[in-house]
Every structure is written in C-alpha cells, then in structure tokens.
Design a protein around this ligand. Structure first.
Ligand SMILES: [Mg+2]
Length: 237
C-alpha cells in the first residue's frame, strides 16, 4: 500500500501572507499590515479586509502570482511520489477571482513549481470529511483547527506546519491531540519519507515471502517516465 497524502496550499506551499499584504497596498489600504491568512484574526478592520478581497477577486488569475515558501520542495515531492507511488492531493478553499477557475489557477501554479498533473480539490467544507472520503493517510496543514478536524473526522494523521517556532501554544495544543508539528515543508516531506520507510519495514517480511513464491519483481520501467525538469519555467525567467 502506498501513502495517500494531502497538502493544504496557502501557508504550506504558497506565501499567501506576503501576497495579501501586497494586495492591501495595491488596494490603497496602507498602515497596518495584513498579518494572517485568516480574515477573522486579521488586525485590519472587516471593511478593510473586504476591500482587499474585492481587489483580489477583480485581479485576473491572482492566485498564480504567489511565491512559493520553499522553492524546490515541490520538485522533491513530485520525485518522491513518483518513486514510491504515493498519491498526492492538494486541498484549498481559495475564493474565485477573475480569469481562470481557481482550480486551474492552482494547478498551473503547482506545475510551475515542478509538480506535474497535480490533483487539486477546491472543497469549502470540513477537512475531516474530505480526509475520510479520500481515505487519506496524512494531511499537512498550517491551521490547527483544520488538523483537529482531520484527526477528529478521519483515520488520517495530521501534520501541523508551524512556520512560527515561537507559537508554543499551538504547538502544545497540537501535540496534546496527537498532531505532529513541523516547521517547514521540507521537514513535513522528511516525515513522509520516514513514514514510508517504516510502513515498508513492517511489510518487508511479507514482501520477501511474496517474492519467493512469485518470482522476480516487476521491472521498474512499468512506470511512465518522469518529465524533464527543464520544463519548469519559473515566472521571473
Ligand atoms: Mg492554509
């Protein structure tokens, strides 16, 4: 059995915070900086936030302009997924903007980062229900509430990506609920690799017996080729 993994996008792969701050400037809202990707906990007034979101929604394909937090990690994830036959899903609740559908904008952006043919689901509801319906093994998210939802509503494990190492409260809440805490996407993918290896070790004896009875393993070339990395064109080139 290969791993079935889901990644949240904003705050995990994409630097929403910086892009939203820029949108505030572009919308003519100066002074206080947008400080969170959750409108409810943002220090800006609700009127300001609405004005910024209106600006975002009027900007064609706004979601394609975000910067990746960790360039190179999506290439790494793609290569590992192909090598170990992981099934990867990207989940988001992004609102739509002018231009292409939010699903297509997000797929386009993920491909630009080097992960080909990404499966993107734009489901607004519970992450726990989604994890259950998709039979996920692991979900990586930067919001504690989403992680709590996942472990409460499914058998999937949750990994909370906390880029702010000072946030001990969220860390303690997560750990007390059996949620893993990582500080980067790189570390989250490291955890997946360890998980893959430990699942492999448990299955090792059975696999060896199957090899004895079943003869040689299937040749590796039964999988499709990995696309040429040169196909990745970064926006600034
Ligand atoms: Mg997020």
């Amino acid at each position: 059995m290969s791993l079935r993994v889901a990644f949240d996008i904003d705050g995990v792969l994409a630097d929403f915070r910086t892009a939203f701050r820029q949108a505030a400037t572009d919308a003519g809202i100066s002074g206080r900086a947008a400080d969170s990707d959750s409108p409810s906990s943002d220090p800006l007034s609700s009127r300001d936030i609405k004005a910024i979101w209106d600006h975002v929604k009027r900007t064609p394909n706004w979601w394609t302009g975000l910067q990746p937090y960790e360039p190179g990690q999506l290439v790494r994830l793609y290569e590992l997924a192909r090598r170990w036959k992981w099934e990867v899903v990207f989940m988001t609740r992004r609102p739509s903007t002018e231009g292409d559908p939010v699903q297509f904008q997000t797929q386009w952006w993920i491909e630009q980062q080097g992960f080909y043919y990404p499966a993107v689901v734009t489901v607004p509801g519970s992450r726990g229900e989604l994890a259950n319906a998709l039979r996920l093994d692991v979900v990586v998210d930067d919001q504690l509430l989403n992680c709590v939802d996942v472990v409460g509503g499914s058998t999937a494990k949750a990994l909370l990506l906390l880029r702010d190492a000072q946030d001990k409260t969220a860390q303690d809440h997560a750990v007390s609920r059996g949620i893993g805490v990582v500080s980067s996407l790189e570390e989250a993918i490291d955890v997946l690799e360890h998980l893959h290896e430990s699942v492999g070790e448990r299955r090792g004896r059975l696999q060896r017996l199957a090899d004895w009875f079943g003869g040689a393993r299937k040749p590796q070339e039964t999988t499709l080729p990995v696309p040429d990395k040169n196909r990745v064109h970064l926006r600034n080139e």
